[in-house]
Design a protein around this ligand. Structure first.
Ligand code: SF4
Length: 186
């Protein structure tokens, strides 16, 4: 990727921090998937969640089929960090930002895979529940956790901020990218 061009692009957006990651460094962790399965109400209810995203091994192979990724955060401020609804309402701006990063990379000629926050909520009722294919596969972003990605470990390894304290929240996304037409082993 042309880093200079990417930096020019990203400087127009409210990205808090970003790193370019070699995806070989990413391991899909079973413990993250078990949180999906045991603690998330969206488990088995959308195309963006396990088990629809595939097994942990399939997710890891999918990640590794894209050699590089842009991993980034944006920050949002709320009036009360304990107010979950208010906190979640800040997610949309981060998702829009994530879509812009994805759009930029696609425009540069790359194939991308975007992993973002929470599960997909584009449709009021996910088509998964009625056994129909995803209506917007190009816009749908599985969450990082669905693929077993341990965000806190990447943040620590890459010396990024995980928590700014006060009434702020950091949202994280990852847009993986590869040259078009490379064998991806799928
Ligand atoms: S785009 Fe719609 S059908 Fe596809 S995963 Fe999201 S909510 Fe489900």
């Amino acid at each position: 990727m042309n880093i200079e061009k990417f930096e020019t692009f990203i400087s127009d957006y409210p990205v808090f921090e970003y790193r370019i990651i070699d995806t070989k460094e990413i391991k899909a962790a079973a413990r993250v998937r078990s949180i999906c399965e045991n603690e998330c109400q969206r488990f088995n209810s959308t195309w963006a969640c396990p088990p629809a995203v595939g097994t942990l091994a399939e997710c890891e192979a999918r990640i590794h089929s894209y050699p590089h990724a842009v991993f980034f955060s944006s920050v949002a401020e709320v009036s009360d960090i304990m107010n979950f609804e208010e906190l979640l309402s800040t997610r949309r701006a981060h998702e829009d930002l994530t879509a812009e990063v994805d759009f930029f990379l696609r425009g540069e000629g790359y194939e991308t895979l975007t992993l973002s926050t929470e599960s997909c909520d584009i449709c009021e009722e996910c088509a998964y529940k009625s056994g129909q294919p995803c209506r917007f596969p190009d816009r749908m972003h599985p969450c990082l956790e669905s693929h077993g990605v341990v965000v806190s470990e990447i943040v620590e390894e890459k010396q990024m901020e995980y928590n700014l304290g006060g009434n702020t929240i950091l949202w994280f996304s990852m847009v993986l990218y590869r040259e078009r037409n490379i064998e991806n082993g799928k």
